[in-house]
Design a binder for this molecule. Structure first.
Ligand SMILES: [Fe+2]
Length: 302
């Protein structure tokens, strides 16, 4: 004798286009954490809404699932293909903007990107980070300050960028060697400076699903030239940002949505006074970029 009570056929709600959303939402109604419940509900509403609106064929749906599968398969410790999709779809910047509503005069965040290396070597003021690669020499310098203009001493300024061909150290031929990056600590006046090369615009990797998506959309893969920075100081909100040199041909069409007006800075031809100040031989370029930090906790968006 069966111990399972026969279901009354009248109690069964058929899963169909009209009932799908309610039936699926019912599966998360007991989610213990209220925030998780809100996230699940919104995700499912949009997902079911997407299917009902676009009415994909089984082949189209499978194409989407296979795309996600391949995104996972190509990802490694060194390659974050989901992170690339996050940047290319604008969601990386949007989540950051929602959570980091800094005052107008504070330095905003930009895209972290996949080439940050937490093991960048610590370097003294005005150290050369070029490792001898070719390219126009640039003295990149500035001050880290609080919003009211007071210098912040002892801030860590992590800098990383491409060579003149748009390649990071991890993309250069030959055995891997850390290059074009360094961690600088500001002095008593909040100053940092390094000798680097003119960065170049580059294409994000297009040999994975990020590239497939761009081609399917008829989009370009280029990011304008930029110099990445992470600035950390005790008691202040960490800033992950980039400097975008003015005049780059791609500055208005960044595939990663990282450009913000406050982050654009110009190269200048060094003067004799610059040569003396930085103990460099002319000709070279200078770029000044000051950073304004907000106290920790002030920038929360929610
Ligand atoms: Fe980058």
């Amino acid at each position: 004798m069966s111990t399972v009570r026969d279901a009354n056929a009248g109690d069964i709600v058929d899963f169909n286009e009209s009932t799908a959303l309610d039936l699926i939402l019912a599966t998360v109604k007991d989610t213990p954490n209220p925030r998780n419940r809100a996230l699940f509900e919104a995700l499912l509403r949009h997902l079911i809404g997407f299917v009902l609106e676009t009415r994909p064929t089984p082949q189209e749906w499978r194409t989407g699932l296979e795309f996600l599968k391949r995104t996972g398969q190509i990802s490694t410790e060194m390659r974050d293909e989901f992170g690339l999709l996050d940047a290319l779809l604008g969601t990386e910047m949007l989540v950051d903007i929602i959570n980091r509503q800094r005052p107008e005069n504070a330095t905003p965040n930009s895209v972290l990107g996949p080439f940050f290396n937490p093991n960048a070597p610590r370097k003294p003021y005005l150290a050369d980070i070029t490792g001898g690669v070719p390219g126009e020499r640039v003295v990149l310098y500035g001050e880290v300050k609080s919003l009211d203009g007071k210098p912040i001493a002892g801030a860590d300024v992590d800098i990383w960028q491409t060579d003149e061909d748009g390649r990071y150290d991890a993309q250069m031929p030959g055995p891997f060697e850390i290059n074009l990056r360094g961690k600088f600590t500001t002095d008593a006046q909040g100053r940092y400076a390094c000798v680097t090369v003119r960065a170049h615009h580059y294409d994000v990797p297009t040999d994975g699903t990020g590239g497939e998506m761009l081609r399917a959309m008829g989009r370009k893969a280029g990011r304008p030239a930029h110099i990445h920075m992470m600035i950390e100081a005790p008691g202040y909100d960490t800033v992950i940002t980039s400097i975008f040199p003015a005049g780059d041909p791609l500055i208005g069409s960044d595939a990663g949505f990282g450009v913000r007006k406050r982050l654009i800075a110009a190269y200048a031809n060094a003067t004799a006074a610059d040569a003396e100040r930085f103990s460099m031989k002319l000709p070279f370029l200078t770029m000044k970029f000051d950073i304004a930090l907000v106290p920790a906790g002030v920038a929360a968006g929610r």
